[in-house]
Design a protein. Structure first.
Length: 98
């Protein structure tokens, strides 16, 4: 049996549906693009003002919440973007001496 939501008196409630931030929301349709574009946009200060790690967390959140709903190609592209962002983080940490 698949657990996807809690039942309340009002019906089904999904917490992830309400998780939004106005100031750091990625552009609509970003996660349907190629890996290099996803990594570049999520790394930008416009989308991730707190830095590259913030954009990386957005990507992980999307991958984890989409779960089984992702097709094999889309999942592979998102994981490729994840690897690109991990490399960017490693370079950033090496440059700052962390």
């Amino acid at each position: 049996m698949k657990k996807t939501a809690k039942k309340t008196g009002r019906g089904t409630r999904r917490w992830v549906h309400t998780v939004t931030t106005v100031s750091t929301a990625p552009p609509a349709g970003l996660f349907t693009r190629d890996a290099r574009t996803i990594a570049r946009v999520l790394a930008s200060r416009r989308v991730s003002p707190k830095g590259l790690a913030s954009g990386f967390r957005m990507l992980l959140f999307f991958i984890n919440r989409a779960g089984r709903g992702l097709g094999a190609r889309r999942r592979a592209e998102l994981l490729k973007a994840k690897r690109l962002m991990q490399e960017m983080l490693a370079e950033q940490r090496a440059a700052t001496g962390r």
